[in-house]
Design a binder for this molecule. Structure first.
Ligand SMILES: Nc1ncnc2c1ncn2[C@@H]1O[C@H](COP(=O)(O)OP(=O)(O)OP(=O)(O)O)[C@@H](O)[C@H]1O
Ligand SMILES: [Mg+2]
Length: 353
């Protein structure tokens, strides 16, 4: 299958709630090297409930980004795409060992029963996460409304890009976390985006629990603007520069953003409780890794460590990735590209499932 990979390099394309991120990483003898990357914002109204309702807007922004505003360049028109977490379903089901045909049927009825949508309005896929001692198998199942995927495919067709892989945002993010970080404990991954945060727990073999909470980077900026009596733009630069860390206005800032961050803390506790009660087999969450653009908020890791009592740190996506001759993303943007980089690291084996 290595041939497929060589013949078909691809880049990662992450459509967020308010921005696009693309990145191509090429495997070379010297390891993983970024050949091109970039980001561009769009009006969040272009996407509604996960469905791209205004494809023209996204197509235009993506076209301009790819043609004019990349750092480095893309060498392929093959693309790996991620789907929004809040509108996809991810489950682990345990089934006895059975023939592939029976397995397909069993999964179909599982999807039918456990997802509150008619099965013929969904696309779904599955893979074996692990085989247990008694021979039964844990199967990771993912599903997403057809309406969402079809709206994505339309955009990529218009851009002249060939979609090689579509996966949930969580899978992409999990891949870059595994690529970049040691993994001997169960990890709670928190993707802090512009309008919401997506949570997932990865225990080394499968994604065991997920959640989404409307803790929003945009609202954090708004709260800072209100509390300090400054413009949105100034508030954004205060947020990215000082965040929750020591500054003259630290007390005011922390107090202003606390209600927003509390939502996140509460959701973290909820997902951890669910995991502990239902999925953990007694092993606790060993660490929290934060990523997504909002994770760059200075002081956030320390804040979450204090509030949850679980060691929290920023994902270091570039641990095993080099930028070669390219200028790497700005320090304040390190985690913006986590999903796009995870997508571009997909291996050929994964493509065959
Ligand atoms: N240095 C920084 N400090 C704090 N927040 C930041 C920083 N840089 C970017 N952000 C925030 O990150 C958010 C954008 O993150 P990201 O691009 O991951 O979101 P998205 O992918 O568009 O949305 P989502 O992941 O919710 O679909 C914005 O709200 C922005 O204000
Ligand atoms: Mg995102």
């Amino acid at each position: 299958m290595g041939i497929l990979y060589k013949d078909k390099p691809m880049f990662g394309f992450d459509i967020g709630r308010s921005s696009i991120k693309v990145m191509q990483i090429t495997q070379t003898a010297k390891g993983s090297v970024v050949t091109g990357y970039g980001t561009a914002s769009f009006d969040p109204k272009a996407i509604k409930e996960g469905v791209i309702v205004d494809p023209e807007t996204i197509i235009k922004v993506a076209h301009d980004l790819i043609e004019k505003h990349l750092v480095g360049h893309l060498t392929t028109r093959h693309v790996a795409v991620s789907l929004p977490n809040a509108h996809s379903f991810s489950r682990v089901v345990t089934l006895p060992k059975m023939k592939p045909k029976d397995l397909a049927q069993a999964i179909k009825s599982e999807v039918d029963q456990s997802i509150p949508m008619p099965v013929d309005e969904l696309y779904y896929d599955y893979s074996v996460a692990q085989t247990l001692e008694d021979g039964s198998q844990e199967i990771q199942v993912v599903a997403c409304p057809r309406e969402i995927i079809d709206s994505y495919l339309l955009v990529f067709e218009a851009l002249g890009l060939e979609v090689t892989l579509i996966e949930s945002n969580i899978s992409a993010v999990t891949r870059i976390v595994v690529h970049a970080e040691a993994h001997d404990v169960s990890t709670l991954i928190v993707d802090i985006g512009s309008n919401a945060c997506d949570l997932s727990i990865y225990d080394g073999s499968a994604i065991r629990a997920t959640g989404t909470v409307d803790c929003s980077g945009e609202r954090i900026t708004q709260h800072i603007a209100d509390a300090l009596g400054v413009s949105q733009q100034q508030a954004h630069s205060i947020k990215t520069r000082y965040g929750l860390e020591l500054s003259k206005k630290q007390d005011k800032i922390v107090k202003a953003v606390e209600p927003e961050l509390n939502k996140l803390v509460n959701e973290i506790r909820k997902v951890m409780r669910y995991f502990a009660d239902r999925e953990s087999n007694g092993s606790p969450i060993g660490q929290i890794i934060i990523l997504g653009g909002g994770a760059n908020l200075p002081g956030l890791s320390t804040y979450l460590t204090d509030r949850t009592r679980v060691p929290t740190r920023l994902c270091a996506p570039w641990n095993n990735v080099s930028f070669g001759r390219l200028q790497p993303p700005h320090e304040l943007e390190t985690t913006l590209y986590t999903t796009a980089s995870g997508l571009s690291l997909v291996s050929p084996q994964e493509l065959t499932v």
